[in-house]
Design a protein around this ligand. Structure first.
Ligand code: NAD
Length: 446
């Protein structure tokens, strides 16, 4: 009997399709053919490699609608968001390709010395379901342009849309260069332990730690983009309306299933009443529903496990004395209705862990140092946001995160890295330094 992965529409429970789980023997063959493909690919001049990759991604254009609908059905986000994600992949690819190609060119550093950025070999790309094509492409593009072969393991929640994208790309790519494997955690572990040279991973902190352990024996290179528990600080001099709009939008985006979604908010008690009132007004305008419901802007949670986790965080907060301003414990899978909870405390799961659901969680502070210390009191350090006027930059300087922003969301300006601090990861993509992490540096002295 062949083992399969079932792809389920999270809104309806409907079976969308099945894919065969890659066996250990198949994986061995795939790794061998990736090695072969790598040997040829690394000889292809950098500019040609860049052209081939850019052409392959541009050729996804006629499949834009199809990929977006499949993505929506498989993971629940609405069609507008899926269209946006696929657009980003297709139209962003030529720019990323160029940026990577520039970054990995050899550089003469004087004294007859050259810095070279050579491919590492085979890169295992392991990705999550929340942005199934964007997260994968963000790692596949730099790997390939840098001259590596890729074995891509998409999330077990989104195998179909990943298959579609890889099949379309492979119409333009040399055989064996980009291969897909299917399975859950155990296959991810086998892939990490197989004869690969680099693991480029986006996913949870726990999985990241396991990958690190398994990669240690071969001292494999790692790029780790892990989870977050992003804080937002709202100072007394903040624009309350702008802060409230951001708080809701960032907590609810992608049904809260976004690595840089706002997870916990610390608001100055002098403006807390007004802020909480405005947050609740804005949040109450959001509606849950399936991807094809034009009025819905919060989709289903990806699966029952994730639903139960979010609900348990809400229940825990209520049991420990938090105040429900909207939504709350009465929830029915697969949706979490827009929820606003005030008076959260450091011992609550909402504050301690990554909730990954559409919940605005608010605490009040008296002194700014207390807000900064609670914001930093986390093993995570992906993003952090401050809303405020004078003094906001001083607060921002003290936040322990890879990406910090004032009066806006984090990340993204130009060719900057997507980077976490602390246990939100290390090894990153984006920027010259990020692109070069997909390579082996060689110093050649002539
Ligand atoms: P996950 O860690 O459960 O799974 C991610 C991928 O890793 C999947 O393909 C899964 O099958 C595989 N996997 C799981 N355990 C593994 C192991 N021990 N060894 C090898 N592979 C393994 O994460 P998820 O639920 O798919 O995604 C949500 C998480 O991803 C959240 O924590 C979120 O914050 C994080 N995320 C981070 C970023 C970022 O840029 N930092 C972006 C998106 C998502």
């Amino acid at each position: 009997m062949t083992d399969t992965l079932k792809s389920i529409n999270p809104a309806t429970g409907e079976l969308l399709g099945e894919v065969k789980i890659t066996t250990s023997n198949e994986l061995t063959t795939i790794v061998a053919s990736a090695r072969l493909a790598f040997k040829t690919w690394r000889q292809v001049p950098l500019n040609e490699r860049a052209d081939i990759i850019a052409r392959a991604f541009s050729a996804l254009e006629p499949k834009h609608q199809e990929l977006a609908s499949l993505m929506s059905q498989e993971m629940g986000k609405d069609k507008r968001r899926s269209m946006g994600e696929v657009s980003g992949v297709i139209y962003g690819a030529p720019y990323s390709v160029q940026d990577v190609a520039m970054a990995v060119k050899p550089v003469d550093v004087g004294g007859n010395t050259q810095m070279q950025y050579l491919p590492l070999g085979i890169c295992a790309v392991i990705s999550p379901w929340n942005y199934p094509l964007a997260m994968a492409s963000n790692l596949i593009i730099p790997s390939l342009v840098a001259g590596n072969a890729v074995i891509f393991k998409p999330s077990e929640e989104t195998p179909l849309v990943a298959n579609e994208m890889v099949a379309a790309l492979n119409e333009y790519l040399p055989p064996g260069l980009l291969q897909i494997v299917h399975g859950a955690k155990d296959l991810g572990q086998k892939l990490v332990e197989s004869d690969v040279n680099l693991i480029a991973f986006t996913g949870s902190m726990l999985a990241g730690k396991d990958i690190m352990k398994r990669a240690a024996s071969g001292l494999k290179r790692l790029i780790m983009e892990l989870g977050g528990n992003d804080p937002m600080i709202v100072m007394a001099n903040a624009n309350i309306n702008a802060a409230a709009r951001f708080a809701v939008a960032s907590s609810f985006e992608n049904a809260g299933q976004m690595c840089i979604s706002t997870e916990r908010i610390y608001v100055d008690e002098r403006i807390a009443d007004a802020f909480e009132k405005r947050v609740t007004e804005i949040a109450s305008q959001y509606m849950v529903g399936p991807w094809n419901d034009a009025n819905a802007n919060i989709g289903p949670l990806i699966n029952v496990t994730q639903f139960n986790k979010v609900k348990s965080h809400i229940d825990d907060a209520v049991a420990k004395g938090a105040h429900v301003l909207l939504g709350g414990p009465a929830q029915q899978a697969p949706y979490i209705t827009p929820t606003v909870i005030a008076n959260i405390k450091p011992d609550m799961l909402l504050e301690q862990e990554e909730t990954f659901g559409p919940v605005v969680a608010i605490a009040r502070y008296q002194a700014i140092d207390e807000a900064i210390s609670r914001a930093n009191d986390s093993v995570y350090g992906l993003g952090a946001v401050v809303f405020g006027a004078q003094g906001a930059d001083i607060v921002a300087q003290q936040l322990e995160a890879g990406m910090v922003a004032i009066n806006q969301g984090v990340g993204g300006g130009g060719n900057t890295p997507w980077v976490g601090a602390k246990q939100s990861g290390f090894g990153y993509r984006g920027s010259v330094e990020g692109h070069r992490q997909f390579t082996q540096v060689r110093v050649l002295s002539k």
